[in-house]
Design a binder for this molecule. Structure first.
Ligand SMILES: NC(=O)c1ccc[n+]([C@@H]2O[C@H](COP(=O)([O-])OP(=O)(O)OC[C@H]3O[C@@H](n4cnc5c(N)ncnc54)[C@H](OP(=O)(O)O)[C@@H]3O)[C@@H](O)[C@H]2O)c1
Length: 334
């Protein structure tokens, strides 16, 4: 696989990072550890050198699985581990935001133990926490970087104003927002804001949580939280998104002999050449398409045609925030 320098850091990564939210199982209808480890090993064989995880993915399970897989492969020094903090959960596993210093330092210790390592390469504040002063959150991240427990600081799901406020105290080396063919909200404000900054943009949900594949036209498992809660999987939008998928599939086949999954992944790297997209797989065979991404590319005319298809079909686009954003502690249902 191709690789890229991560702007604003001294690190280099494979062109895609492997996501592990589905491997955590929670919100994804469960997961099987043996298969998850096989998937991570397959990713390493395919050339992935960056793995993204978070402590809330399966409440520690994804971090632990990544730790085991990397240890077994004996490749820790060849891999960038990207992780996240600043979420917490109740005894009945209701997630809420917690950007307090206490929580962030506690999560970092848990993460190091789960990942079986003594440093994390990229460590993100997963979501901003308006109930904690931004200064406290930023200072805790700076403290972790100063201690050498993390190499680079990231912020995820932050607006430009929140990034500016965070950077009064601590430089953000990495910004992690959602971005894929169907979820393009960052084009309006965040991408222009980041344009002249020396920063890595690591985008998530490359396949719109599996919607950007032909199997979503019929047999994609829909009764799992990440789909049942997403308004894109409900009418009237579902018909619009499926029309787009049909047309994108035809376009990929007629022009490149490919499928929509190839088109969606290639679109990310051709559209933003410096971005690092994160793509998750649950089964090793889902990574087979990696080898089929490098013998075609999307030029300006193709980009325009894709935009036309999306404009013609999706009348009411919606991003992931509406169902993915965790509540504050005091907003939880009792
Ligand atoms: N910072 C944040 O707030 C945040 C939020 C979300 C995600 N992330 C990160 O970004 C990563 C990627 O995003 P994501 O997990 O939301 O989902 P994604 O990468 O958009 O989609 C993953 C799903 O797509 C399907 N898939 C994968 N490869 C496929 C293939 N070759 N053919 C057909 N379907 C395929 C699989 O679903 P099925 O097995 O069901 O088919 C898989 O679970 C996450 O895992 C996580 O590391 C970060």
């Amino acid at each position: 696989m191709d690789s890229i320098d991560l702007p604003g850091t001294d690190m280099r990564s494979s062109r895609f990072a492997l996501g592990t939210w589905p491997i955590g199982g929670a919100m994804w209808g469960g997961s099987d550890e043996k298969e998850s480890i096989c998937t991570i090993h397959k990713a390493l064989e395919c050339g992935f050198t960056c793995i993204d995880t978070a402590d809330d993915y399966g409440f520690g399970k994804a971090e632990e699985t990544v730790g085991k897989a990397v240890k077994q492969a004996g490749l820790r020094d060849k891999i960038l581990l990207s992780d996240k903090c600043a979420l917490n959960w109740t005894s009945d596993q209701q997630l809420y935001r917690d950007g307090s210093r206490k929580r962030i330092l506690e999560e970092a210790e848990n993460a190091l133990r789960h990942l079986q390592t003594d440093y994390i390469d990229l460590y993100h504040v997963h979501w901003p926490d308006p109930s904690t002063p931004m200064q406290e959150t930023a200072q805790a991240m700076q403290e972790l970087r100063d201690s050498g427990k993390i190499r680079a600081v990231g912020v995820s799901n932050f607006t430009p104003d929140q990034i500016n406020e965070f950077e009064q105290i601590c430089r953000a080396d990495v910004i992690q927002p959602p971005y894929n063919l169907f979820e393009r909200g960052i084009e309006e404000e965040l991408i222009p804001f980041l344009e002249d900054r020396d920063v890595t943009v690591m985008t998530f949900s490359a396949l719109c949580r599996g919607m950007l594949s032909t199997s979503s036209l019929d047999d994609k498992q829909q009764d799992i939280f990440v789909r049942s809660a997403d308004p894109k999987w409900q009418e009237p939008r579902l018909t619009q998104y499926r029309s787009a998928l049909h047309m994108l599939e035809d376009f990929a086949r007629d022009n490149y002999g490919k499928h929509v999954v190839h088109l969606a992944l290639r679109w990310l790297i051709d559209r933003e050449e410096t971005h690092l997209p994160i793509w998750a797989a649950r089964h090793p065979e889902q990574l087979d398409v990696v080898t089929e991404l490098w013998n075609f590319s999307l030029d300006d005319a193709a980009m325009k045609e894709i935009d036309r298809i999306l404009l013609d079909t999706i009348k009411d686009p919606i991003g992931p925030e509406s169902f993915m954003a965790p509540p504050l502690r005091n907003e939880l249902e009792q």
